[in-house]
Design a protein around this ligand. Structure first.
Ligand SMILES: [Zn+2]
Length: 240
């Protein structure tokens, strides 16, 4: 469980990547690369491999958009930032991404659930992947406005989804009618029973469970054809 699980070509220049423990999306075009999220710190070589699978050069990575500052999404952003890659997130999530505050699941949060099937195995894998490392990116910047125009030619609409973390943000790619949902709603997780269904992560992952539930309820009403979640497979939404 240390390699890329799967890649799905969603639309021209959009490659969804199921990493070992979390997902990211590669945008390519105009000789440029941008990412939404980038796995755990230990996934750095897999992120580069996924960019090559998308037919691009990791050296052309310009920017990483972060849905939220958890270590399995922020990953090795700090290492990429040292190479000149811009790391950006919502204004409300910026303090968490910079680690001016820390909203991150700890071992202590897991203790009440530790006897549940699969929890220990998942926790060991998460720690090995760098889940407890300091992943803050001091140079991260805030996304302005309701839309982000990517260097690849794609446009993403920002959708605030607070609760999982204070400033969690999702992105809609209108051309492919895809919602990149981060952890606000997911398609599965080793600690969830269902796989391939839209659902919320277990409560101990949520910074504010009530607000996370309200965000999830709003998100499932988004007018999109599929959800590209932070965990689990793509969920295709049947439309009448
Ligand atoms: Zn998360």
């Amino acid at each position: 469980m240390t390699g890329i699980r799967s890649t799905v070509s969603v639309a021209p220049g959009i490659l969804f990547v199921e990493g070992p423990l979390s997902n990211w999306t590669v945008f390519t075009g105009n000789g440029s690369v941008e990412l939404v999220d980038c796995g755990y710190p230990a996934d750095l070589p897999l992120v580069e491999e996924s960019i090559r699978r998308a037919g691009a050069d990791p050296a052309d990575l310009r920017r990483i958009l972060i849905t939220h500052g958890h270590s399995d999404h922020l990953g090795a952003s700090a290492r990429f930032a040292e190479r000149g890659v811009v790391v950006a997130t919502s204004a409300d999530e910026l303090p968490n991404v910079r680690r001016e505050v820390t909203e991150q699941v700890t071992i202590r949060d897991l203790l009440p659930s530790i006897l549940k099937r699969g929890t220990v195995r998942w926790a060991i894998a998460a720690v090995r992947a760098g889940g407890l490392r300091d992943v803050g990116v001091a140079s991260a910047v805030a996304l302005e406005g309701d839309e982000v125009h990517l260097s690849t030619g794609h446009t993403l609409q920002l959708v605030a989804a607070p609760g999982h973390t204070t400033g969690s943000v999702c992105f809609i790619e209108p051309e492919s009618r895809s919602l990149l949902s981060g952890d606000a709603i997911v398609g599965g997780h080793p600690l969830l029973r269902e796989n391939g269904e839209l659902q919320q992560l277990p409560g101990f992952f949520q910074h504010d469970a009530d607000e996370a539930a309200r965000s999830a309820q709003r998100l499932v009403l988004c007018d999109v054809d599929r959800v590209l979640p932070g965990h689990g497979p793509i969920v295709e939404l049947a439309r009448a």
